[in-house]
Design a protein around this ligand. Structure first.
Ligand SMILES: Nc1ncnc2c1ncn2[C@@H]1O[C@H](COP(=O)(O)OP(=O)(O)OP(=O)(O)O)[C@@H](O)[C@H]1O
Length: 809
């Protein structure tokens, strides 16, 4: 393959038949030209003897040739190209039953008649052995597109994790090209491993039977070999990657000929539709004037975008069924093939920089740039400028500068270089964190071990009465007078004629959200509206509690709860278990929660007092200011007072009002500042309480599940090997290990076929393993969908496409 632009190579292959239509299909001696002659049909539908002829010039005609010749002619160069870093695609196209799967995978009774994929895998590993100067890594994937749905044919392989089925999608990414999200990639180390995977995927393909093919593929399949190679000898070499796509398209079919019905008919419609989108994409690609190619119309064209119009060596095999009855389909296959021949691709090696090498290169560049900088500094007479990371002494110096700046003893910090700027910011951050820690410790010191026993004073914030003209953030001159927003006002007010029940309801609606999936209420011990002994207790768990119901309070161990009846073998009610949990395993976190709540209540009470005080002072300020205005107006209306030297003076009353106003404003500032600080403390305490609640509930849920819900045998498995595991975190390999034991127990011995060539050992080993695996799989239910694994066990189901490969004699 060359690196310059090239046309897609196209071959035609005929399925052998006793009734080959030699008068209609003519292969010229150049072995590249096919002429098709078709009898004309009159307007009345009567076939007459006049012939219409078409000539197709392709890259080769494969008529009566062996599987080996097909591989040599069609695929070998593409496979070798892939080992050098070129992407490659070999694709079989044609009507149903024309021999696509036979060409691609092989469906013969002997190793000699295997198809392109097994041969390509053999070639890859043979070449890898020969190229000792390179280290290769090979991975496989096998994608099926069935009724416009992406399916991972290797998802049944042990150890495959991650999204499959519905979560799969074709993704286009700059630098990575086209790839399929959710498709498993399997590292392989030799031909046998690769064949195991191929056969596993083959078993999982969907097949169906119709008049033209008993084992018709009902889906498009893309088997991909991903290769990466690195030179072992050249340390500065780049590495190359490539993808080799081996595509077995589903066959186009005419329902009138295949007689497909029901599911088969639906599948045929999907197949024909996606093939028609493929034709549209090829038409657009072949027409150089077209700017847009509709790749995204179907999953197939999207997945093959790189292969059809990208940097790929692409080969098409047009499979035809050489009987006269199929001449129209043959003609349309050849038309598609000749259009495909006009498509150009630009094969290029996928070369990448080795990240280790890149680091080395960048290190070298940094060295050069530093030298350059030092020359520039010398020229500009800048001395002692360092670009190295800061030493410990330098860091200590920056730290001390930042401290002095924060304390106010330094007005500025001299900036020298970028590293120092970064260190300055780091020191600011550290100072802030230390300050935060100090506050936290002080709070814990001052308020630890205070038990909450008193009733919560006052109603919830949303219920509090808000008088007008209260204090809050101030306007103007940095600190003026203004209104406190509702959230900042706490004025105690219990409405006298509100009914008990209503108050209880409003109290219980003080909901504290923990997270989106877990909410609970805080209710206070002894509240007027507490439900009586008949109230229904609810377990702490997801979902809001209906208004009027009280929560099993986290700290109220003396609360009465009516527990639901229990069965002897059922887990205890959560409420009961929760109480036990709080005094046993959760006692420490419950104690901390209680202490935090006590501090929170204390701070809230202080906040209310401060708010009252601030509002009181504000009212006094308003009144004094108004008095002062009135006094001033009166004085001015009587004429101005002047002193001995004629300067304006205040009378005694006005002076005392001015002084009073000043004193009040000073007080206001002081109180307001304290209010703001206390509010911050309340927020912080609330945060701690919330965290404790979440922790307590989470721990409880885990403990409850572990203690009562999981069966003992599951707990034993979870706790084996690597220590205890949390529910929901069962490693897949453990689950699979169980499955494997089961398989091993039920696997039956099968006859091992005798290799007919030393090279065939891997092939037959893989084949036997596949048979064994298939033998241990349960038959699928119903007659509708037909994965090969369920239908091809020599049970006489007769819908098996691949059996010949396995029934070797
Ligand atoms: N070149 C060939 N030599 C021998 N047998 C062949 C050849 N081509 C096809 N066959 C046989 O013809 C039958 C149909 O072939 P195959 O299943 O490969 O068709 P297909 O194009 O894949 O059909 P579909 O699109 O319905 O899946 C198979 O039994 C296969 O073994």
């Amino acid at each position: 393959m060359t690196a310059s632009g090239s046309e897609v190579r196209v071959y035609v292959r005929t399925r052998p038949t006793a009734a080959f239509a030699q008068d209609l299909i003519e292969y010229l001696p150049d072995k590249e030209t096919v002429n098709i002659h078709q009898r004309r049909v009159s307007r009345k539908g009567i076939v007459n003897n006049q012939l219409s002829s078409w000539s197709f010039h392709l890259d080769g005609v494969l008529h009566d040739v062996s599987q080996e010749e097909v591989y040599e002619c069609v695929a070998r160069s593409v496979v070798l190209g892939a080992l050098e870093g070129y992407n490659g695609t070999v694709m079989c196209f044609g009507q149903t039953g024309a021999g696509k799967t036979y060409t691609m995978t092989g469906a013969t009774e002997s190793y000699r008649q295997r198809g392109i994929i097994p041969r390509a895998l053999q070639e890859v590993f043979r070449e890898i052995e020969l190229r000792a100067d390179y280290s290769f890594s090979v991975r496989l994937s096998y994608l099926e597109i069935y009724n416009e749905t992406l399916v991972d044919l290797l998802s049944s392989v042990k150890g495959v994790q991650g999204p499959q089925g519905g979560n799969m999608a074709v993704i286009e990414e700059a630098g990575r090209g086209i790839w399929v999200k959710g498709l498993s990639l399997h590292p392989i180390h030799n031909e046998e491993e690769a064949l195991n995977l191929l056969f596993e995927g083959e078993m999982n393909r969907i097949i169906g039977a119709h008049a033209l093919n008993k084992h018709s593929s009902r889906s498009h399949c893309i088997f991909t070999i991903h290769i990466e190679s690195r030179s072992c000898t050249q340390s500065d070499a780049k590495y190359v990657t490539s993808k080799l796509n081996l595509v077995d398209l589903a066959g186009s079919e005419r329902l009138s000929k295949t007689g497909s019905e029901g599911q088969g008919q639906k599948e045929a419609m999907y197949i024909n539709k996606s093939l028609s989108f493929l034709e549209q994409a090829i038409l657009a690609l072949a027409d150089r004037r077209r700017e847009h190619v509709p790749f995204r119309q179907s999953k197939l064209t999207h997945a093959l975008k790189d292969s059809l119009g990208g940097n790929c060596n692409t080969v098409l095999v047009a499979n035809i069924y050489g009987e006269a009855a199929q001449i129209e389909e043959t003609l349309s296959t050849l038309r598609f093939a000749s259009r495909m021949k006009c498509v150009r691709t630009v094969p290029s090696i996928n070369e990448h920089d080795d990240p280790v090498l890149q680091v080395r290169r960048l290190q070298k560049e940094i060295r050069l740039l530093k030298q350059e900088l030092s020359i520039q500094n010398t020229l500009a007479n800048r001395r002692g400028v360092s670009y190295e990371p800061l030493s410990e002494t330098q860091v200590a110096e920056v730290k001390s500068q930042v401290r002095r700046y924060l304390e106010g003893s330094a007005n500025q910090i001299m900036i020298v270089n970028v590293r120092q700027v970064q260190e300055v910011f780091a020191q600011f951050k550290q100072a802030m964190q230390e300050q935060e820690q100090r506050i936290r410790e002080k709070l814990l010191q001052d308020y630890s071990l205070v038990e909450k026993t008193a009733k919560t004073e006052g109603p919830p914030p949303e219920e509090r009465h808000e008088p007008k003209g209260t204090a809050g953030k101030l306007e103007g001159r940095g600190f003026g007078l203004g209104m406190a927003p509702p959230s900042e006002r706490y004025v105690q007010s219990v409405l006298p004629n509100r009914s008990k029940a209503k108050r209880a309801k409003e109290m219980s609606s003080q909901m504290i959200p923990v997270n989106s999936s877990c909410r609970f209420f805080v209710s206070r011990k002894g509240d007027a509206g507490s439900p009586g002994p008949n109230r229904q207790a609810e377990a702490p768990g997801p979902g809001p509690r209906p208004a009027g119901q009280e929560d099993p309070n986290l700290e109220s161990q003396d609360q009465e709860t009516q527990l639901a009846g229990t069965r002897a073998d059922s887990p205890p009610p959560k409420e009961e278990a929760f109480e036990d949990f709080k005094v046993e395993r959760g006692s420490e976190i419950n104690r901390i929660l209680k202490e935090n709540k006590a501090v929170l209540l204390e701070r809230r009470a202080l906040l209310r007092t401060l708010t009252d005080t601030v509002n009181e002072v504000k009212r006094e300020i308003d009144k004094t200011a108004s008095d002062l205005r009135t006094t001033r107006e009166q004085r001015l209306s009587q004429g101005e007072f002047v002193g001995v030297e004629g300067e304006p003076v205040l009378d005694e009353e006005e002076l005392s009002l001015v002084l009073r106003l000043r004193e009040l404003k000073g007080r206001y500032r002081q109180e307001y500042e304290e209010l703001v600080n206390t509010k911050a403390e309340v927020r912080y305490c609330q945060h701690l309480v919330d965290q404790c609640r979440i922790r307590l509930l989470t721990e409880f849920e885990i403990w409850y599940n572990e203690s009562f819900l999981l069966p003992e045998e599951v707990q034993t498995i979870l706790n084996s090997n690597n220590g205890p595991l949390r529910p929901g975190l069962v490693p897949v390999d453990k689950a699979l290990a169980l499955e494997e034991d089961e398989e091993d127990r039920t696997a039956c011995l099968r006859q091992t076929p005798r290799p007919d060539s030393p090279n065939a050992v891997s092939f037959y080993n893989a084949h036997n393993r596949t048979l064994k695996r298939r033998g241990s799989r349960p038959q699928s239910q119903g007659s509708g969908q037909r994965r090969r694994s369920s239908s091809r066990m020599g049970t006489g189901a007769g819908r098996v496409k691949f059996p010949a490969i396995f029934s070797v004699t």
